[in-house]
Design a protein around this ligand. Structure first.
Ligand code: GRF
Length: 203
């Protein structure tokens, strides 16, 4: 079993998919900490319901971005975390934290990267006029949504889509591939080779 932390800012539907799968024994990972930069995040309530230790603290409360991320580092180390999953965490990690947990941080993004990185990806996809979008689980590097890709899933863009309906369709796939990617990591099956992630066969 690896020890998993999840960083969240909002709703927490990906967190829920992860906690559900972990509780069902399908992840090979034990959620040991859910941390939020928003003490009011609904995701924290969810984590408590699953009896996972939580910490909700805003950067403002602790004197800004740098002290906030120092605190995050301290809590991750204290909880002896093997993997950090960003699940709707709305802040960019400082480079030193990425380095500290090199290739041990995953993120989920609601587009088929490298298309539409950054904020509001479903809206960007609609405005661009693509026929297919989707989601991407990737390792976090120093860029924004640029790290090596673990899994992707595609969904159609429909004529009547709004950013909300497209995001909801994408989210269904997120809830499938994020737990799957965490399981692959937990089983030691992800090998990074430059920009590519090789998925080894199960033993
Ligand atoms: C998801 O769309 C994810 O791709 C993006 O933020 C959203 C989080 O949603 N990074 P939720 O909080 O997991 O419901």
């Amino acid at each position: 079993m690896i020890r998993l932390a999840v960083l969240v800012s909002g709703r927490g539907s990906n967190l829920e998919a992860i906690l559900k799968e972990a509780a069902a024994g399908g992840l090979n990972a034990q959620p040991v900490l859910v941390l939020s930069d928003n003490p009011q995040a609904p995701a924290l309530r969810l984590a408590r319901a699953y009896r996972v230790p939580v910490l909700g603290v805003s950067p403002r409360e602790v004197g800004g971005r740098e002290p906030f991320f120092r605190l995050v580092e301290e809590k991750l180390v204290e909880a002896r975390v093997d993997l950090v999953a960003l699940a709707g965490f709305m802040r960019i990690l400082p480079a030193w934290l990425v380095e500290r947990f090199r290739w041990r941080i995953l993120n989920i993004h609601p587009s088929l990267l490298p298309a539409f990185p950054g904020l509001d990806a479903p809206r960007q996809a609609l405005e661009y006029g693509v026929r297919v979008s989707g989601c991407t689980v990737h390792f976090v590097d120093e860029g924004v949504d640029t790290g090596p890709i673990v899994l992707q899933a595609a969904v159609p863009v429909l004529p009547d889509d709004t950013p909300e309906t497209l995001a909801a369709r994408i989210r269904q796939e997120e809830h499938r591939i994020y737990p799957e990617a965490i399981r692959l990591f937990a089983e030691g099956r992800l090998v990074i080779d430059g920009r590519r992630v090789i998925i080894r066969e199960a033993e």
